[in-house]
Design a protein around this ligand. Sequence first.
Ligand code: BES
Ligand code: ZN
Ligand code: ZN
Length: 488
Amino acid sequence: MNFELTALPLSDINSDLEIVFVINKDDSHHFVQDTLLLKKAGFEAGQDETCLLVGEDRLYVGADTLTSTAIRTAAASAIRALKGTAYKSLKVATYTNKGCSYTLRAMVEGFILGAYSFNTYKSKKKKNPIKHITVSLEEYADFTLEIEKASEAIHKAQIIADATNFTRDIVNTTPDDCYPEVMATIAEEMAQQTGLHCKVLKPKELRKEKMQTLLAVARASRHKPRVIHLSHKPKDAKCVVTLVGKGLTYDSGGLSLKPADFMVTMKSDKSGGSAVIGIMKAVAEMNLPVEVHGFVGAVENMIGGDAYKPDDVLVAKNGKTIEIRNTDAEGRLVLADTLCYAQQEVKADYIFDFATLTGASVVAVGNYTSSVMGNNKEMQALVVKEAHNAGELATALDFNRYLRKTIKSEIADICNISNTRYGGAITAGMFLSEFIDEDHAEKWAHIDIAGPAFVEHIWGENPHGASGAGVRMMVKLIENLAADKSHK
Ligand code: BES
Ligand code: ZN
Ligand code: ZN
């Protein structure tokens, strides 16, 4: 899908179809030329509601407001409504809110995100038919958008939405086609295309780095683990950001085997790592003046004669001993070592980890929302704010000293599961905090994306399956760090 920006009015543009957004159905001053036809079709211009007037070659879509969220989902809904049609090109106006470009950015994101479909395993591939979108600076309101601002908005939206779709593709790929070695290859190829540096650690190096907990989780799989380190080091870097992702290419639960119903969709347990790869792609393509490092712990959690066991005690890279009581709480073990390695390699101003870490996060906040934890409330608030700005849902969950006691162990430094059935997202987050060193303690936030990373129905601009959760929120956050002058 490519975009073209023009100062020509809509009527002078040759396209198969025009898309008209109807903003706020109760606000009658918006000009709609097909009033009678739309009435006949029963179109009420509710949020995301579409009406295709084939005879007129116009598609109408409702949006309640000019907020990014409303425009983004409306655009996604509009582009989806064209699936199966013969339309190949379309034209649309900019709908700026008082000359601001964010509505245009949201619209372009919505088109690209909404047009996504995962076709790899379909013998008949049904792709969205729209190849070309012409955006006209013509406005229905009094304000017009400057062409430079508009062009920049489109460019950024394309990079971010493409990176999100890139992440979705990795996550949706089956465990037999995407195992740790493949994940590393995907990262290496992306790095080559974008000019990032990429280092991949294989078992030999992992042993040398004393990443025994990660290696233990990986042991029963025929697919050997990898730790991926992508880096973006611009000359004019304003600050240093480290990203760490859980890349469980499959989570069977290990010897604490998951029940059959819970095992389905566990190809999505690599969502955190896949998000990190997607974020790095966008950061490189936008050439943001921030030094960014992305680390992924890519591992498969399987059963077998060589599997690690409940009752084992493992030694993490930082020397802490961990009593294993459930091999299905494996993500925190992989992250423990990967976080230690990341902190050894890079002294960062900010450190964020992304993981489909707990079912408890989904129970707590639902399918659509990420939960954000950490030792520092400002860090949590920063992530929540930027997530919302970028069109993702996130909410803070706070640590407390009572829950911290529940991950104590009688025989080791810490236990990999809590002794209470409640508050599982928080206890998992507090487990991770044991592997954050003093220097990074206040600079770290943990983002549990177990809810939104993979949902088996369409929601907003997201498709069935992988959503690419984490990508938009973090690119937005890093973008703001790049623009901000006040740094540590
Ligand atoms: N990958 C799962 C968490 C998960 C569950 C992600 C559902 C997405 C959807 C994780 O490794 C896991 O199994 N966690 C256990 C922890 C428990 C054993 C303490 C869980 O949440 O049940
Ligand atoms: Zn698990
Ligand atoms: Zn897992």
